[in-house]
Design a protein around this ligand. Structure first.
Ligand code: AMP
Length: 191
């Protein structure tokens, strides 16, 4: 089993690079944002709760998010390994992930951080908002999401640096250039 976190700010390219990683390594993709958007589009109770946070650019409470993730981790598709996209976003989520993996006899093998500056992120997200139809891709909510990222999620970079599992990659350039850096790194640690 090979488990990887793809880490970075909103708009850093986590979803795009996740697809390339899945195609190459056959991992199961768990995108917490996609899971939540699916619940919203199906109009479930969970979706209604999630929407009240997402549309404001706020994070879903940790206990709820952790429960959703744990359920997803137990699907048979996760048996080969998982790419976690958009999770963890807080220190308690990172602690919970470590314990969840330990209980299943496995661990996190690497954290790949896509590093992109704020001006570029803002630009990408505003452009994406024009055709994504996402309720949180509008300028005010984007600003809030970037603030939440800096105050709450970015400290995880130091958390994983201290653990020796963080690997930063420049998140600008072509999709393939960025992916080549990621692939070199994954191939090194898989050896
Ligand atoms: P994403 O698609 O990863 O950008 O996530 C979209 C939104 O879903 C975020 O702005 C949060 O409101 C919510 N969300 C996704 N993942 C998490 C998480 N791990 N913890 C809390 N909220 C999350």
């Amino acid at each position: 089993m090979f488990n990887l976190v793809i880490f970075g700010a909103p708009g850093s390219g986590k979803g795009t690079q996740s697809e390339k990683i899945i195609d190459t390594y056959g991992l199961h993709h768990i995108s917490t944002g996609e899971l939540l958007r699916d619940q919203i589009s199906r109009g479930t109770d969970l979706g209604k709760i999630a929407d009240s946070y997402i549309s404001k650019g706020q994070l879903i409470p940790d206990d709820l998010m952790i429960r959703i993730l744990e359920t997803e981790l137990d699907t048979p598709k996760a048996a080969n390994g998982v790419i976690f996209d958009g999770f963890p976003r807080t220190i308690p989520q990172a602690d919970a992930l470590k314990k969840m993996l330990e209980r299943r006899g496995t661990s996190l093998h690497t954290v790949v951080g896509l590093e992109v500056d704020d001006a570029e992120l803002m630009d990408r997200l505003v452009k994406r908002g024009k055709d994504s139809g996402r309720s949180d891709d509008n300028p005010d909510t984007i600003k809030n999401r970037l603030n939440v990222y800096h105050s709450t999620t970015q400290p995880l970079r130091d958390y994983y640096l201290n653990e020796g599992s963080y690997h930063g990659v420049k998140g600008t350039g072509t999709v393939d250039e960025i992916f080549n850096h990621i692939r070199t790194h994954i191939d090194t640690i898989k050896k």
